[in-house]
Design a protein around this ligand. Structure first.
Ligand code: MTE
Ligand code: MO
Length: 340
């Protein structure tokens, strides 16, 4: 399924990319769509590669960057039908990260996450489900078709990026788990492996591992919520949450939990890690909202990366991060100041 996420007010990448580059990319993507539409997909689309990004370095620097996604393994890529804002350069998206399992500095994840072994990877799906168990990641992904989604990512610290993700709808994975009528929330947990995640070994760590996140069932079933496996046409770099992470674009970045090993369908609202640390500052919902400030700073604007001293690149933050038309109805009647 292709979802139109860009609105006329959005700046499109075609406005800022040299036209020749833009056109060749469009043609390339057109070819990929053709493959998806014309052929039976299973084990076939060998020739089709994913969307390509000019600024992504060739080759795979060991330890921090995954191989080119194999369509044969994961099915054809369905690219986003339109670009929205200009994509953040790959370099920024992979070297300015929050991933406290590797330290609290923005450059710690890119420096340290190379030690994380992401193969093999299995995920436990449990709780209020009829079809639970421990699954190899490949088996969770295989029945779905990989899609490209270009989303804004807005951190609660008031910086933001635009990232072209590759992923599968979270709703498809939940449906296959066969939720029972008691399943009201979805809880996610990140890997705990201090030997490879030095931030988990630190006695200064704020977080009570595993890093935990949650969504209400209707949020989790929303078509914009995806499980990410790649970005910029490649597998996820470790520092961005390899091999498997959540992406919920209308919420602050901390909801988009990385390196997931457990998905539990539960009856009670889970306590997410940042809520546990500072419940006055970080809530369960964490919807991007320019009208509700963080107790220590304004959320009305954001710093769009890349920026510099001379070009601070401050832009207005939008309700639900610009996805209000798509997700606003999920929160009808709620007091968003209280349920922040
Ligand atoms: N397991 C885990 N997931 C996490 C975090 C983390 O520290 N640990 N940080 C979150 C925060 S605060 C943000 S803004 C995003 C950043 O994602 P990116 O580094 O891919 O841009 O990841 C989120 N997911
Ligand atoms: Mo964040």
């Amino acid at each position: 399924m292709l979802i139109k996420i860009a609105k006329p007010s959005d700046l499109r990448e075609s406005d800022v990319t040299p036209e020749s580059v833009y056109l060749s990319r469009r043609r390339f993507m057109g070819g990929v769509i053709g493959v998806g539409a014309g052929l039976a997909l299973a084990g076939r689309a060998q020739a089709a590669t994913g969307p390509d990004y000019a600024d992504v370095p060739a080759g795979n620097p060991p330890g921090w960057f995954g191989p080119k996604l194999e369509n044969a393994k994961w099915g054809a890529v369905v690219p986003a039908d339109r670009d929205l804002d200009k994509n953040t350069p790959f370099e920024d998206a992979t070297h300015y990260n929050n991933f406290y399992e590797f330290g609290t500095g923005k450059s710690d994840p890119s420096k340290r996450a190379g030690s994380l072994e992401t193969q093999p990877w299995s995920v436990v799906i449990d709780g209020e489900v009829g079809n639970g168990g421990r699954f190899a990641l490949e088996d969770i992904v295989k029945p779905s078709q990989l899609q490209e989604r270009i989303y804004r990512l807005r951190c609660v610290e008031a910086w933001s990026m635009v990232i072209p993700w590759l992923g599968i709808p979270l709703s498809e994975v939940i449906k296959r788990a066969e939720p029972t009528s008691k399943a009201k929330y979805v809880k996610f947990e990140t890997l705990v492996r201090p030997e490879q995640m030095p931030g988990q070994d630190s006695s200064f760590a704020l977080i009570d591992w595993p890093y935990t996140e949650g969504l209400r069932m209707d949020e989790a079933m929303h078509p914009l919520a995806i499980l990410g496996l790649g970005m910029y046409g490649r597998e996820l770099p470790n520092q961005n949450g390899a091999p498997f992470r959540l992406i919920v674009p209308w919420k602050y970045g901390f909801k988009s939990i990385k390196s997931i090993v457990r998905i539990s369908l539960v009856e009670q609202q889970p306590v997410n890690s940042w809520q546990a640390i500072a419940p006055d500052e970080y809530g369960f919902y964490a919807n991007v909202n320019p009208n509700v400030d963080h107790p220590r700073w304004s959320q009305a604007t954001e710093r769009r990366l890349p920026n510099s001293l001379f070009n601070p690149n401050i832009i207005d933050t939008r309700m639900f991060n610009g996805y209000a038309d798509e997700v606003g109805s999920l929160y009808a009647g709620m007091d968003l100041r209280k349920q922040f």
